[in-house]
Design a protein around this ligand. Sequence first.
Ligand code: GRF
Length: 200
Amino acid sequence: MPASPPLRVAILISGRGSNMASLIEAAREPGYPAKIALVLSNRPQAAGLATAAAAGIPTASLRQRDFPDRDAFDAEIGRVLAAHAIDLVCLAGFMRILTPGLVEAWRGRMLNIHPSLLPLYKGLDTHERALAAGDAEHGCTVHFVVPELDSGPVVAQARVPILPGDDADSLAARVLGAEHALYPKALAEVAASLGPKSVP
Ligand code: GRF
């Protein structure tokens, strides 16, 4: 049987896009089960957009303020994803909470990476909170997105030690290194288990 074509993936970003870059890099490998077909940002000035464009990936940006409300904004995100025939969405530093309607439309086909060992430290400032708790280790999680923030089924996790003398910056850098290895592996696993979103 011939190998299935790679799934078409959109990466949603808001900023520097280092996880996005690690996914783009991984997807260049022959046999990787996903193709990065779109990078979409909610901030036109996001540095990651330039990185994606330089890699030859189609990009789009949409600003909330150009839409009357969150439902209209998320409906447009859905239209852009459909227009690019996207099969699977990866949130990578996308700093908006999506509406339940959009999340439900992509249930089982939308991933996020979060910088903690979920269910610990949902939300922001995860490195500060792990340090304040005196934890011995910290890490990152790739999970399916559900309407409740940082709460969907876990696909994969990576652990890093918290070392004496760590501050939030040194810990964030260690976790980010782990994120860059984890997300491409998790995406490959999920993409390999799915078929196209809709048969044309
Ligand atoms: C990462 O720490 C990720 O876990 C979190 O937002 C950050 C995005 O960083 N969701 P980058 O834009 O991928 O560099």
